[in-house]
Design a protein around this ligand. Structure first.
Ligand code: SF4
Length: 497
């Protein structure tokens, strides 16, 4: 039998701390991993970009990144040589101790002492980040380098860009040495357990459970859950994850099979009533009262925004939502024509002023403005009002006219079994207007829209760019057309007793 590669890395060790089987599969059945989602890939890419930027906090360093992931021995040797000559800054310094390999984002030498820095592209620190730093600390110090301190470098959520990005303000550097020292025994025992797992002839038997989703959704859900990870039971809203897992383990496969005793009031009640009767659950009185307050003329409106980790524009903060497009449908009276209006900022530009002016023009006629979940729209408009005080009054006028069409769904006055436990437009629209589903669209949801738009910042092919812009416009337009259909559907439901 071929000798197994039982080397460990920070990633594989963290996997082993979540689940022994996940570690085994990751090391020996890597090809069985679930496909990487676009959201996860975006997160990886963002981490890489922020990591590169953080190097500028300590400029002039020597990069030990290996040419390929299979050449880490070169990096370890290079790191060793650079440490010997007390190089002030080393990027991706690599270390190995008893078969555990780590690469530290930044290693600095000052006043005769070594300091380690691990960069995270998020605003908050977490237990996983601390574990991450604890593994680095363990391997680095055990391999012979004394670290005076170890830090997490993460984004400062309170930073507001003024002029060029101020890296000293953008990043927060937090010492985590005390926490990391507390973890050292746990790390040692995690390494020992991981070694035992990797010496097995077959994957250890581990039952599925809540650990498959915490702290991260495992890469092998498709292998262990065998399709059940896509079950509508897991999509149910308002139910504890542990309950859903227990039902699945007890052989419950459809919403109709959930025991009556488990069905409480509110959200769960509405969902179960609908699934058992195979008809929409409707609280007609509340629905009527809500829609009585809505009348023509009406706008149906939606904004798409992206959230760059590093602020791209003046007066923005990390992860602040920056609007890049909107769609508005307008209808003056019940039997009137539906007019479409849309706007998109050319990728690469700061289009916030143009966006504001286009939005105000598109909504200048009287009428309530129907939105699905006003939180994002109101937040963005509030920011634009602050940024362009000359338009603050007009923006306030639009905000006051906004009504939230998510309310009947959020408050459980309406639930359609086709929503499959989901409460977003992507669940509601296909349930009540199947012709308007998002399946055939190139941009299928807000996450996709963000990704496509952000990619366009770097796209130079004119044809590809135009096509992607058109996809974005079609997507946003589908949202507001869908909103109009939801409105009409609700009116129909409350009028048919
Ligand atoms: S899906 Fe669950 S049981 Fe399977 S490897 Fe992942 S964490 Fe372990």
């Amino acid at each position: 039998m071929a000798k197994k590669n039982n080397g460990l890395s920070k990633t594989s060790l963290l996997k082993g701390m979540q689940c022994k089987k996940a570690l085994y599969l990751y090391k020996y059945h890597y090809q069985d991993r679930d496909p990487v989602s676009r959201a996860l890939q975006d997160k990886f890419d963002r981490g890489h970009r922020v990591g590169m930027l953080a190097r500028e906090l300590f400029p002039g360093g020597i990069d030990c990144t290996p040419p390929t992931i299979f050449q880490y021995e070169q990096s370890i040797a290079a790191t060793k040589a650079l440490i010997m000559r007390q190089e002030p800054v080393i990027y991706e310094a690599a270390f190995k101790h008893e078969g555990v390999l780590v690469a530290l984002d930044l290693l600095c030498f000052r006043d005769g002492k070594w300091y380690g820095y691990e960069v995270k592209s998020s605003i908050r620190t977490s237990r996983t980040y601390l574990l991450d730093a604890a593994i680095q600390y363990h391997v680095i110090t055990k391999s012979g380098l004394a670290l005076e301190d170890i830090f997490l470098v993460h984004l400062n959520g309170n930073y507001v860009r003024k002029g060029d990005v101020d890296l000293q303000q953008l990043f927060r550097i937090t010492s985590v040495k005390d926490e990391v020292l507390e973890q050292q025994l746990d790390i040692q025992s995690a390494i020992k357990q991981a070694r035992e797992v990797l010496s097995l002839d077959a994957a250890p038997v581990v039952d599925t459970g809540i650990h498959c989703y915490r702290p991260y959704a495992c890469d092998f859900l498709g292998t262990c859950w065998k399709g059940l990870e896509k079950s509508p039971i897991l999509q149910l809203a308002g139910v504890a994850m542990q309950d859903k897992i227990d039902w699945l383990k007890n052989g419950i496969r459809s919403l109709e099979e959930i025991p009556e005793a488990a069905i409480s009031q509110g959200r769960m009640h509405a969902q179960m009533m609908a699934h058992k009767s195979k008809r929409a659950y409707i609280d007609r009185e509340k629905l009527k009262a809500f829609f009585n307050d809505i009348s023509y003329p009406l706008y149906f409106f939606d904004i798409e925004a992206f959230q760059p980790a590093v602020p791209l524009f003046e007066h923005t903060s990390p992860f602040q939502a920056i609007p890049f497009q909107f769609s508005a449908h307008y209808i003056e009276r019940q039997d009137g024509p539906l007019e479409a209006n849309e706007f998109i900022v050319q990728p690469g530009e700061d289009g916030r002023l143009a966006f504001t002016e286009a939005f105000l023009k598109a909504t200048e006629r009287p009428g309530q403005i129907a939105v699905f979940n006003t939180l994002l729209e109101k937040g963005i408009l509030f920011q634009l009002g602050k940024l362009f005080p000359q338009y603050a009054g007009a923006i306030r006028d639009r905000v006051v006219r906004m009504i939230d069409l998510e309310t009947p769904f959020r408050k459980d006055w309406y639930y359609h079994p086709g929503m499959q436990g989901g409460y977003s437009m992507k669940n509601i629209l296909p349930a009540i207007a199947p012709d308007l589903s998002y399946d055939q669209m190139n941009v299928k949801d807000g996450q996709d829209a963000m990704h496509v738009y952000h990619q366009l910042w770097y796209e130079e092919d004119f044809v590809k760019k135009s096509r992607a812009l058109q996809d974005l416009l079609s997507y946003c337009q589908r949202d507001t057309l869908g909103l109009y259909h939801i409105y009409r559907h609700m009116l129909h439901e409350i009028s048919s007793e």
